[in-house]
Design a protein around this ligand. Sequence first.
Ligand code: PLP
Length: 393
Amino acid sequence: MNTQELDKKYVLQTYGRGDVEFVSGNNATLTDVNGKKYIDFTSGIGVVSVGHANKRVNEALCEQLANITHISNLYHIAPQAKAAEAVVEASGYDMACFFGNSGAEANEGAIKIARKHGERDGEIKRYKIITLKHSFHGRTITTVKATGQEAMHNYFGPFPDGFVYADTIDAIESLLDDHTAAVMIELIQGEGGVELQDKTKVQALEKLLKSKQIPLIVDEVQTGAYRTGEFTASQLYGITPEIITLAKGVGGGVPIGIVMTSLKNVLSAGDHGSTFGGNYLSTRAVVSVVEILSELKSSGALEKTSDYFNQKLEKFYENNKNIFTQKVGVGMMCGLRVVDADTLNKIMSNAKDNRVMVLKAGRNTLRFLPPLTITKEEIDEGLKALSLAVSTL
Ligand code: PLP
């Protein structure tokens, strides 16, 4: 049986997969089973931040594999400690980390910290978590409930109590009460459609929450690891959240989830844990990825790539205003609003046929999350292919 047949027979069909099978990658270029090359504007949904088959990451991982990959969290793990140092120092926040394996698991950890903090401080038990409509926080039972999309709550109940959804950042204030444990937001909603929150409003919210001693959780699973130009979007917004979650791009393709928090003493030994979380292999990847991206940031290369990508995407948008109504996003997290959902679906399919991989977000947004290491040539080639894709709509 070939891969597609095996998949149909043995894998639960929870994904609507495209009929392409990639066998190798090099930076932002993918090769399929037939040897055809594609430009990857998705980086595996914001994961392969340093490009496919990054040599430095691979060398670090091979060295780690040859020595030790896992020994459990019952003992000290050098790369875990180094990864924690790397992400905390890159963020500039006075925080400490817990390591899990995915974005959802990072958000679970964040919710546990906020709830324990709310239980311990004050006489009234604080358990309520306010999130935003159209948010996306993960697929576990708790993070599905934290996700402010009704359609995702159709099955799987009963869910944990205490999640409340605000229509907008402005609406959060009226939902705060004595039971509020935390507010959890994405500064730029990714799955929701590349929706940017207003900086002034977010700063006002931060001030309000600090005055009430309610922690702010920023879900940076998609925005973290320099996706927006800074290590965290929180830095870009000029705020100091109490809890930040990271995953995706910070591991460069190796599964990882990280909760960073300034509430360093809330969890005690035994309160939280993970068998795989923070093992030698995944955290060695984090050390390598953060090192590479920090170098690109400080040399100015990251900004140059982002500027070039945005310039070219703007030009593509200007040339196709009959199809696209707006260019949105920040850094290398970009979107083009498409006139309608049908057209977006056609673009997705035409793009694949023209050998460029792009993403959908929300109802009508064509989303771009290229590797942060993408070259000018790859950007040019990808947008040329996308021009062809939209010319045959
Ligand atoms: N939070 C945000 C903002 C995300 O974009 C995602 C995934 O797309 C998640 C959480 C869930 O991450 P994971 O799929 O690694 O559990």
